[in-house]
Design a protein around this ligand. Structure first.
Ligand code: ZN
Length: 489
């Protein structure tokens, strides 16, 4: 590396700040040192401290702008992938800087670099790390491969948001009635079943009881109450992926009361809230006018998708859900790997990982040695204090300094170990997925297919009856590899 211009990007999450175990200073120190060691000329530093309230990426966007405006910046230094990216869109923007502006990303702690010349499998790993940063890989393993259907059929709610009146006991991972809120749910059901109050009046009543959504803290709305009163979760079942499952969680209301409420709905006739959900709803955009694509049922059973035509001037083409599914399934083609190819990619990844092992081991040794030293100093200082060699104040300031450093190093060690355990299995899972994708796709109902669509594709648009979508990373790298035969060592 010659003396090239570089920028540094450091970020700490609000969680890390809370724990105060990992300061942004430690990151900066590390990255600056790396730049010095590699004769990089740091022209700008960007530090991001996310607050709990605003998950801001202000500095991140500033950095992207800066790099765009200064093409002589050739390197971006960052600690690890998950500092850099939180979502696919970030990765796509960074990727375009890499491809079009010749930027090289140095992920210092991961000992990897992403550049235009990176091999496909390196890009693939970058994509996987980005996926892991989003906690998506957990969903991937559980939801797609092991099958959430199995979890659901065992009566365990597969996830998504927990209905009002319940909470999750984190110790046992169980969903339990919230002792402070469950009785309010019962009252809502009783009031509506007794036919004495409209939904609007119930919303007013809920406000007097300070019923607010736990997440946003806002008062519960009419449509939320409507949904609650129709949610079978409260009597012990649950809906998932378009089906009803028998739950093992504790009911809040009796089946009898629930049925009485449904009867009251029939009497009231409130169809405006009775919106049916569609598998591919809220997903597609019209290529011609940019409006949302909406769905409706024809002849009582066929689901059709079409442009809302809100802006006018758009021929409303009706596309059957089955056609949409066919087109998505055609797009799967380039994502499907043969067993041989998957094995080859895996061996490239393993080869590269074994090269890393030495570096990781030496990093681990460095951290452990330093931690050991700090402990020893702390012990010695205590003895010195007892013997009166140093004063109490001096002893306090020294030990608190060492303790801070020690906990920072422990955190680094923990992250180092954790990432090493997870990255290869995650790559393995994605490669497995890409081998059985067609069979998996065929075995799923349309709601489950939608989940796969969210995992694999972005920017779904309908141009007339034709579907277009882009591949999410790391799947885009698989597609690129299978289409260009780029998967080489
Ligand atoms: Zn349109």
């Amino acid at each position: 590396m010659k003396s090239s211009n570089a920028v540094i990007y450091a970020r700490v999450s609000s969680k890390e700040q809370e724990r105060e175990r990992y300061s942004i200073d430690a990151q900066m120190k590390y990255l600056r040192q790396y730049a010095t060691d590699n004769s990089l000329n740091v022209v700008r530093e960007f530090q991001e401290a996310e607050s709990a309230k605003i998950a801001g990426r202000a500095k991140f966007n500033k950095m992207l702008e800066f790099i765009q405006a200064n093409p002589d910046v050739k390197y971006l230094l960052c600690e690890k992938t998950d500092r850099l990216s939180r979502n696919f869109k970030d990765i796509a923007t960074i990727d375009s800087l890499v491809q079009n502006q010749g930027l090289t990303i140095l992920l210092v702690k991961e000992n990897s670099e992403i550049s235009k010349d990176s091999k496909s499998h390196e890009n693939f790993m970058f994509g996987i790390k980005a996926l892991m940063a989003k906690n998506y890989s957990d969903n991937l393993s559980e939801e797609v491969i092991k099958g959430m259907r199995e979890k659901a059929s065992q009566g365990r709610y597969p996830g998504g948001s927990i209905p009002y009146g319940y909470l999750i006991d984190k110790n046992v991972g169980e969903i339990l009635p919230d002792p402070e809120r469950a009785h309010l749910v019962v009252e809502l059901f009783e009031l509506y079943a007794a036919n004495k109050m409209s939904l609007r009046a119930l919303a007013g009543w809920a406000r007097t009881k300070s019923m607010t959504t736990p997440r946003s803290g806002k008062p519960i709305t009419i449509s939320q109450i409507d949904r609650m009163l129709k949610n079978p979760f409260y009597y012990g079942d649950f809906r998932w992926a378009g089906e009803l499952f028998r739950g093992i969680h504790k009911p809040i209301v009796t089946r009898k009361l629930f049925d009485a409420v449904q009867q009251a709905f029939r009497v009231h006739h409130k169809p405006q809230f009775n919106r049916r959900s569609f598998a591919f709803g809220n997903l597609l955009v019209c290529a011609k006018c940019g409006c949302k694509i909406t769905a409706e049922i024809k002849k009582g059973k066929y689901v059709y998708y079409h442009c809302t035509g809100m802006r006018g001037g758009c021929d409303l083409v009706y596309v059957r859900e089955a056609d949409l599914i066919d087109q998505y399934s055609e797009l799967l083609g380039p994502l499907v790997l043969t067993e041989d190819k998957a094995r080859m990619i895996m061996s490239q990844i393993s080869k590269r990982r074994s090269g890393d092992v030495k570096k990781i081991a030496s990093e681990r040794l460095r951290l452990n040695t330093r931690i050991g030293l700090l402990s020893k100093w702390t012990e010695q200082a205590y003895i010195d204090k007892l013997e009166g060699t140093i004063g109490k104040e001096q002893w306090q300031s020294l030990t608190s300094l060492w303790e801070t450093e020690r906990s920072q190093l422990s955190e680094q060690l923990r992250i180092l170990n954790q990432e090493n355990q997870n990255i290869v299995p995650a790559a393995q899972r994605i490669l497995e997925l890409s081998q059985k994708l067609p069979a998996l796709w065929d075995s799923k109902n349309s709601f489950e297919k939608r989940r796969l669509v969210d995992l694999l594709y972005s920017n779904s648009t309908l141009d007339g009856a034709n579907l277009y979508a882009t591949y999410n990373k790391p799947f885009s790298f698989i597609a690129e590899g299978t289409q260009t035969q780029k998967w080489r060592g």
